[in-house]
Write a protein that binds this ligand. Structure first.
Ligand SMILES: Cc1cc2nc3c(=O)[nH]c(=O)nc-3n(C[C@H](O)[C@H](O)[C@H](O)COP(=O)(O)OP(=O)(O)OC[C@H]3O[C@@H](n4cnc5c(N)ncnc54)[C@H](O)[C@@H]3O)c2cc1C
Length: 423
């Protein structure tokens, strides 16, 4: 069989690419190896499908630290607000939640995925499920897609939308990288991002803080000189292997990149009381101690931070929390408060890519035309979504990147087939 456009991968980027190509009248085929379309899209945002983010365009790009700037050009054609309009036109009402995250009003991922499937159907695009692609061959006029079954399909334009390598049970097993290399593309080093970090610190290994959640803390990744590379203020949790939670996920790619430079460990700096000034806090506590000299030191500090963390700090400084505050030295107070404001510890690695939310690295963006998503090396070849070396924070930013790059790849793949098309 011969097609104008074949799209490999039925994630958000491939679905959008197929819709865009079919809208332009291209004979379009979408190939998906799994039993379902949009599997990863459906589990995003805690299973409610975080379709995009409605922060201003520049903010969205700032939240895509992995080459987000590449998206300035595609955004000039189709941006996050266009995604919102696109879904609403299909009858999917969206609502805004914290940090600009957009979800279907139904709170059901099915609403979003079904709307995309219905749209494909309405446009007459062909969809083949349970159809893994084994290989691709590039040629002068047409490219050949070889299925696992041995069947061969021919296409003028090929869109590779197979995602990265994170959470492979969703179908994203990194199949597209070798196809990109075959066309002469560079695939930059792959690494886990939006991932929990591991630590060999004794307090992690002996699990003394395991399960402790901290709300609204400030967490930084430090460089070798002890200067913050990045700071995020969000929640976090200590686990049996290290640290996790929103602040950690956002910091993770910066820590992982430092470790990739060959450093054995990376220092993290935690401020558990980001709204309080250290000196004020010390003065406040010293005053309370003076007013209540018979109260135990631990009682004076009660409510400041979770008790388990306080116990940990007291243990580090060998302070008996039960002793009367009159007997506690000013230096001890300073030490404890210093650690609550500047708790420094090391991380030594991360969970593997298969347990990360997002893949760092991928097809080099230098070799792809930003406005068309076309390969600079091969006619009729396009890349979109997480296979590209673009990665953002969770919160709808990766999905935005997938939908926007998918849209442009689809429009332009169709146009390449149809001289004079009005893209
Ligand atoms: C648990 C989880 C939560 C997430 N939450 C968020 C969030 O809140 N916000 C956010 O922005 N991002 C989130 N992400 C990331 C986001 O879901 C992905 O970045 C996005 O889905 C990537 O889209 P894609 O189309 O490039 O690839 P994918 O969604 O990975 O889709 C690729 C598709 O290609 C198919 N495929 C692969 N190989 C072949 C082959 N050989 N033949 C045929 N088909 C093939 C796969 O089966 C898959 O269906 C989350 C990810 C995970 C795992």
């Amino acid at each position: 069989m011969s097609y104008d456009v074949v799209v490999i991968g039925g994630g958000p980027s491939g679905l959008m690419a197929s819709i865009a190509a079919a809208e332009k009248g291209a004979k379009t085929l979408l190939l998906e190896k799994g039993r379902k379309l949009g599997t990863k899209l459906a589990i995003s945002g805690g299973g409610r499908c975080n379709v995009t983010n409605r922060l201003p365009e520049e903010e969205v790009i700032k939240h895509i630290p992995g080459n987000g700037k590449f998206l300035f050009s595609p955004f000039s054609v189709f941006n996050n607000y266009d995604i919102i309009a696109f879904f609403e036109e299909m009858g999917v009402d969206l609502k805004e939640e914290d940090h600009g995250r957009m979800f279907p009003v139904s709170n059901s991922a099915k609403t979003v995925v079904n709307a995309l499937i219905n749209k494909l159907d309405e446009l007459g695009a062909e969809v083949r499920m349970k159809t893994p692609v084994k290989a691709v061959h590039y040629d002068q006029n047409e490219h050949t897609v070889i299925l696992d079954s041995g069947e061969k399909l021919y296409t003028k334009s090929l869109i590779i939308a197979v995602g990265g390598k994170a959470v492979p049970h969703t179908g994203s097993t990194g199949d597209g990288y070798s196809w990109a290399k075959k066309a002469g593309h560079t695939v930059t080093a792959l690494y886990p991002t939006e991932v929990a970090l591991t630590s060999n610190e004794a307090f992690i290994q002996n699990r003394s803080l395991q399960g402790l959640s901290l709300r609204d803390v400030s967490l930084s990744v430090l460089n070798k000189k002890g200067k913050p590379i990045i700071t995020h203020r969000m929640d976090m949790i200590f686990t049996h292997f290290g640290i996790s939670g929103p602040a950690v996920l956002r910091c993770s790619q910066f820590a992982v990149k430092e470790l990739m430079k060959g450093h054995e460990k990376v220092s993290m700096l935690l401020d558990v009381l980001p709204d309080k000034q250290k000196d004020h806090l010390i003065q406040e506590i010293l005053k309370n101690m003076e007013n209540s000299p018979k109260k135990s030191f631990k009682n004076i500090l009660k409510g400041l931070v979770p008790e388990r963390l306080l116990d940990h700090m007291l243990t580090i400084h060998k302070i008996d929390g039960e002793q009367k505050s009159a007997t506690v030295s000013k230096e001890a107070v300073r030490n404890v408060i210093h650690d609550l404001k500047h708790f420094r510890f090391d991380v030594h690695g991360s969970l593997p890519l298969k347990k990360a939310f997002v893949t760092g690295g991928g097809v080099s963006i230098k070799e792809v035309v930003p406005k068309t998503l076309q390969s600079k090396f091969m006619h009729g070849l396009y890349f979109c979504g997480e296979i590209l070396d673009i990665h953002g924070y969770t919160g709808g930013y990766n999905i935005t990147s997938a939908l926007v790059t998918g849209r442009l790849a689809g429009l332009n793949a169709a146009a390449e087939n149809k001289a004079g098309s009005d893209v």
